[in-house]
Design a protein around this ligand. Structure first.
Ligand SMILES: *Cc1c(COP(=O)(O)O)cnc(C)c1O
Length: 466
């Protein structure tokens, strides 16, 4: 059909406005707003016609155009921040929102956000209190630190520590520890922005204690150690332990600060993961301040947690910038409840989703995979296999850890990338993977209560093919 003919088939804007469905829409929403959407949808059709190849086919039905307009108006009232299903197997997936909160944390957030609270009110004394005291007790109890402070995230924690302790002075750090922490953010840039002069010592793969000592001067304010997070140097490699750094710090009376990155509060070796220094160990080894994230391995809300010596925490609390990094009540509630679960590590492992998913054993993974396979087996035109795979922890923690997992591999008449796109754009926003010609779902971070929905959506997608 000639393009001219197609343009003629396109209903006129005036004609569309007269339709009953559109009149109803205009009554419900504003007229101006609906007219805007009509123009957008009709323009969309015009573009489609223009881009149509010479032998292309396009059917324009008025009813469909009206339907598209109604949908586009309704879509504008839907949030764009939505649930997704994580079929990637990466537990702390920064793009997919990092940690899932425990139910206890969510309930607590609800409780203090739908009612007044003692956010900055001391109930015992009946006078003004501080929001920072809410979390101090539980954090010091769990970590053994003298004092604690919470800010918006770990990047803010690093910034605040150096800005308070080393602004206009020098911070010595090993070159091998200055990592990029994702999305082109470099820990060295954040440190420099704090106003400290970074003195980088050593080579990428080797730093010795004398490298630090050679650079110490009366301008040195902090000796810093940074967790190398998402990368690990293998082979010919040497770094200075926090204990050695602490001895050096004591000799020259310079505080030692450690950015632990993910920061674990539990030893995961009994669950088959490789040893990772815990926050408690860093403190026992003498770090004056230790900072870590709330929403990585800890499994809580986004936050930067700082624990350590009271005299340094006091200095941070006096910094005017603390106000700019202040956490809200939702964060404090979710974090406190998450931390309370850590009082009984068994409780923490069961109730904090991040920990549960990270340490899920192969038997459970196999069972879950079989359940999903079974559920999908009634669909025609699908070939489903369960294969072995590898999940990662993510969030810069346990960089080399390969968690054995089970993967559902799906093939159908439609190419894997088409299945991938349709599931991603569908109402459940399932994020999967493609390998060669197979569509893959790592079972680890998928939940059984979503299996039925996955089946329904896949069923619809398969019908598209017929
Ligand atoms: C992730 C990470 C950060 C940043 O933490 P956020 O909580 O995301 O701000 C800083 N340092 C290290 C070593 C990290 O791994």
């Amino acid at each position: 059909m000639a393009k001219k003919e197609l343009f003629r088939q396109l209903p006129s804007i005036d004609g569309i406005i007269q339709k009953k469905k559109i009149q109803d829409l205009m009554e419900q929403y504003s007229e101006k707003f609906v007219k805007e959407q009509i123009r957008l949808v009709v323009d969309g059709y015009r573009k489609k016609i223009l881009n149509l190849p010479d032998n292309g086919v396009l059917n324009i039905r008025e009813e469909e155009v009206i339907q598209d307009i109604c949908q586009s108006v309704k879509d504008l009232f839907k949030p764009s921040f939505v649930r997704t299903l994580n079929g990637t197997g990466t537990v702390v997936h920064t793009n997919l929102g990092r940690s899932l909160l425990a139910k206890e944390a969510v309930d607590h957030m609800m409780e203090v956000s739908t009612a007044y609270s003692n956010l900055e009110y001391d109930i015992k004394k009946g006078e003004r209190g501080s929001r920072y005291n809410i979390i101090t007790e539980i954090l010091t109890r769990i970590t053994g630190a003298e004092d604690a402070l919470i800010v918006n995230n770990n990047a803010a924690a690093v910034f605040l520590m150096l800005n308070s302790m080393a602004k206009g002075k020098e911070t010595i750090v090993s070159r091998g520890e200055l990592v990029e922490i994702g999305d082109s953010f470099r820990i060295s840039s954040i440190m420099e922005e704090s106003g400290t002069n970074l003195v980088e010592v050593g080579a990428t793969n080797k730093t010795h204690l004398y490298d630090y000592e050679n650079e110490i001067s009366e301008d040195t304010a902090v000796l810093m150690k940074v967790h190398t997070s998402n990368f690990k140097i293998l082979g010919f490699h040497e770094s200075v332990s926090i204990e050695e750094l602490v001895l050096l710090g004591e000799k020259y009376n310079i505080p030692v600060v450690e950015d632990l990155g993910s920061g674990t509060l539990i030893d995961f070796t009994p669950y088959g993961l490789s040893p990772e220094r815990t926050v408690m160990e860093a403190l026992e080894e003498g770090a004056d301040l230790v900072s870590f994230s709330g929403d990585k391995i800890l499994g809580g809300p986004q936050a930067g947690i700082i624990v350590g010596k009271k005299k340094y925490i006091d200095a941070l609390k006096k910094n005017q910038l603390l106000r700019a990094f202040r956490v809200d009540k939702f964060t404090l509630a979710a974090l406190e409840s998450t931390l309370l679960l850590y009082l009984d590590p068994k409780d923490a492992m069961e109730k904090i989703p991040t920990l549960r998913l990270m340490t899920m054993d192969e038997k459970k993974l196999q069972e879950k995979a079989e359940k999903l396979k079974e559920q999908l087996s009634s669909l025609d035109g699908l070939k489903i296999r369960i294969i072995d795979g590898v999940s990662t922890v993510g969030g810069g923690a346990f960089p080399m850890e390969e968690l054995p997992t089970k993967v559902i591999a799906i093939t159908s008449n439609q190419p894997a990338h088409v299945i991938e796109e349709k599931l991603r754009l569908s109402s459940i926003h399932l994020i999967g993977m493609i390998r060669e010609e197979e569509y893959l779902l790592d079972i680890r971070c998928l939940f059984e209560e979503d299996f039925e929905k996955i089946k329904e959506v896949l069923e619809n997608i398969l019908e598209d093919d017929q």
